[in-house]
Design a protein around this ligand. Sequence first.
Ligand code: ADP
Length: 468
Amino acid sequence: MKHNIFNTIAFRMTLWFTGIFTICVSVVFLLFYYLATQTIQNQIDQELSDHASKFSAIIHTSGLMGARQLAVLEAQAAGEKLIFFRIVYPTGEVFASSRMSYWKDVHVSKSALQRLSTQKNIILETIEIPSTHQKARILYSYVAANAILQTGVAMDVYSKFLSTFKLVFVSSMGFIVIFSAVSGWLLVTKALSGVATIIKTAQNISGSNLEARVHGTGNKDELDHLVVTFNSMLDRIEELVKSIREMTDNIAHDLKSPVTRIRGFAELALVQEDNLEDYRIMAANSIEESDRLLDMINTMLMISKAEAGEEDFIFKTINLSDMIREACDLFAPLAEDKNILFFNEIKDPIFVVADIRMLQRAFSNLLDNAIKYTQENGEIKTTAFIEDQTVIIKVSDTGVGILPEFHEKIFERFYRIDSSRTTSGTGLGLSFARTIVRRHKGNIHVISHQNMGSVFEVRLPINNLKII
Ligand code: ADP
């Protein structure tokens, strides 16, 4: 599948990374800018206030004439382009000033004088000198009862700092954006490289290559967990595909025999001479085989429905002891035919909430198997009792037994041990029994050794059943 780079996680994460990084750096820059300009301005304001105090003191000792001299001297000392002093009357009329050739565009602000008379004893404002476009900080302050000092200082340092700052900001921002984009891309693509391997493996896996696995990094990180989970999912899928294949083979095999037999009967009927009785026998055999087929298909459907929870189970309080006894009575004649000692030990009474029809089917399958796979003169015993909050039902026989490797497999649909294939059966009985027991929140398993008989044990938890 072709994919657009703009849709990749790596691209989106790089974008986020670059964006966040740029915003953070910008915030730091702006904060620094704000603090630096505030500090510079405070320093300038302090300088201007100090001058005002100096003028107040000189007027106090030497009068306005002293202030006039001070204005000229102070401006000369600091630089006439850097600072100016004007002493004005409250009306705005200028009494004296330093040399104003550079500052001639800076006038006495009427509104500042107005505000000074009504509100404060100091007014500070920032203006731009029209001719030079230079910024200047201006202070108005009463230095005597009838004299106001207007002093201004060029904000050279301030402007220089601002332009330097702008230069640094623009050039470093360019570098930061490129740096964060490249480093973000490298980091993200490295972190996601494991995902690319998983995608590649997943693409490689087809029906015939289910063995492919992803190699983990062993870092025990999220990707390593993903790899482990992905591999175990593949194990499970491989197992399922294998069991589906086995099941299909088994179905094909088990359906083939009755169909072949039905075909045989039909062929025989074709070549048969006109003998009505023979036709009848062949028709009856065909019906019998067809019934077997139908029974098999119906059981298969029922298992599927029960497993999917679609088969309606009718749960009622039933007497389990009676149900088992009745089933044993039903199978006793079959056991008797093989001269099998068939008996039960059932504790009385065991009441449970269950679907009697379904439990009967499960239990019949166990009894039927016990009789089928036990040789003549054998022994079959059925017990039912309660232990550790669990109802336990056991069907034990002294039959052919089952090798340990088949203990789980025999519960799979259509699985029949090869040695049993000579015996009639569909391979669905135990699978159906397990589905039914599981719907009752219980379980079923076998304890067996070859040639030493088998014990099929059904366990139904008491807390899911009502036992009186
Ligand atoms: P079926 O009996 O129709 O073959 P089941 O699902 O009932 O199918 O049983 C599956 C397989 O388990 C049987 O084919 C048989 O090989 C084995 N099995 C079941 N019950 C017994 C038993 N009591 N003793 C020995 N083998 C058994």
